[in-house]
Design a protein around this ligand. Structure first.
Ligand SMILES: C[S@@+](CC[C@H](N)C(=O)[O-])C[C@H]1O[C@@H](n2cnc3c(N)ncnc32)[C@H](O)[C@@H]1O
Length: 408
């Protein structure tokens, strides 16, 4: 039984009797006479008696009604069948997505995860291609598993010693992202731009800012930035914004969608994005273990962890976020839904709050990802000791499950 069916209420198997049309006996009598006979003695006005023509029309109307009924019924049945099909598909998709969103098969015509450079898959025989996909897929899975099951210090050392691992990991990750309906990095990009242009910095609903060289600036730290797509997208928006603010927003809306009620109200928008990861694969990136980034205390307005709470000691990353954020600064986290064992995420939220944050928004409407928005209260709150919050096991073992790719 699919998720959307309720026992006893199923429509698809229910046989509906064909509508039977009773044949009317036609009398040879003139209809006028019949009617006249039928009403005689009832004291009715003869002029109200239906004429033959009228009766014929009524019969025709009745016939049409029946045809219409049949058509309506067929229409409704088709709609119901289609809806059932859609519901079944949706419910299957939900199950698949929750089970293994990170395990979608890459298409065979795109480079496999972690494929060595210089190999053109289109020049390989089908068997060679299959073997290569398998081999690169298992290397990718191995690197991914290391990042989820070791401490951040070990992860940094591993990538320093074998930098090619990082490239392999990112090719694999990029091919997974291709199969997702929406990249969570785009969601954060959209939020930064729409809140940034629509409200003045530090105003209610606006983004928090830091004063740099006399100018209010939204300083963002993208922790575990991958290929630094957030910085690339925001910087590209800002290049357009400096030339023509309204046109820039129009172009951005076309590319990223939503933002119907957003317009340019903040004409002095300024962003500074810092992107940290284990390897510098482009100029935007600074190499750092995100448990210890080169930023001053209280120098940042928004800290983002987009699918990057990977090390077994990830509560250290949250503690670092608390150090670099200004009071009133925001902490945005998106994680893979299936990593969180408690469906209401209570334990996870409690752990983050114990490290000095308050939850503002929590969105688990997306079937793949859960998004959290915390802030660092202006007055400050009593922080727990990280070792107490952690307990006797590393948080990567109980608070968030590692996201391990399945062997195919
Ligand atoms: C799943 S990827 C997501 C990348 C990017 N945020 C995105 O959503 O496209 C996680 C990233 O976190 C990085 N990462 C994990 N642990 C890290 C650490 N201790 N320090 C810096 N980066 C780390 C990984 O190298 C990887 O690039």
């Amino acid at each position: 039984m699919s998720l959307f069916e309720v026992e006893g209420w199923g429509l698809e198997n229910r046989k509906v009797k064909a509508i039977e049309k009773k044949k009317r006996k036609r009398t040879d009598n003139n209809n006028d006479d019949v009617n006249e006979k039928e009403i005689s003695g009832l004291g009715l006005d003869k002029s109200k008696i239906p004429k033959k023509e009228k009766m014929k029309n009524e019969n025709e109307n009745e016939k049409n009604e029946l045809v219409k009924d049949k058509e309506n019924y067929k229409d409704k049945k088709d709609k119901r069948d289609n809806k059932d099909k859609r519901d079944k598909k949706r419910s299957k998709d939900n199950e698949d997505n929750n089970e293994d969103i990170m395990n979608k098969k890459p298409k065979m015509d795109m480079p496999p995860p972690g494929m060595p450079d210089g190999i053109d898959p289109s020049k390989l025989t089908p068997l060679q291609r299959k073997m290569l996909f398998k081999l690169s897929g298992s290397r990718f899975r191995w690197i991914n598993e290391q990042l989820y099951t070791t401490t951040s210090e070990n992860a940094l050392n591993m990538i320093k010693k074998q930098p090619e691992l990082y490239e392999e990991y990112h090719k694999g990750f990029a091919s997974q992202v291709e199969s997702w309906p929406e990249n969570p990095v785009d969601v954060f990009t959209r939020e930064l731009v729409y809140r940034g242009v629509n409200k003045m910095i530090n105003s209610p609903g606006g983004l928090p800012g830091v004063v740099i060289n006399g100018q209010k600036t939204i300083v963002v730290s993208d922790m575990g930035c991958g290929e630094a797509n957030l910085a690339i997208q925001i910087d590209s928006f800002m290049d357009n914004y400096k030339k023509n603010q309204k046109e820039a927003l129009k172009k951005f809306k076309k590319q990223f969608g939503a933002g119907k009620d957003v317009s340019v109200k903040n004409f002095k928008l300024l962003f500074k994005i810092h992107s940290f990861d284990l390897k510098k694969i482009n100029d935007k990136i600074t190499v750092a273990d995100i448990k210890n980034v080169p930023m001053l205390d209280e120098s940042c307005s928004v800290v983002i962890f987009c699918l990057s709470l990977m090390g077994t000691n990830f509560l250290d990353f949250i503690k670092e976020a608390s150090r670099i954020l200004i009071k009133g600064g925001e902490l945005w986290i998106t994680e893979i839904k299936s990593r969180i064992s408690d469906p209401k995420c209570k334990e996870f939220i409690k752990a983050i709050e114990n490290l000095g944050f308050k939850l503002r928004n929590f969105d688990d409407g997306n079937k793949m990802f859960t998004k959290f928005e915390f802030y660092k209260p202006i007055k400050g709150i009593k922080k727990g000791n990280i070792e107490e919050v952690r307990g006797d096991r590393a948080e990567g073992e109980w608070l968030l499950k590692p996201c391990i790719y399945k062997r195919r």
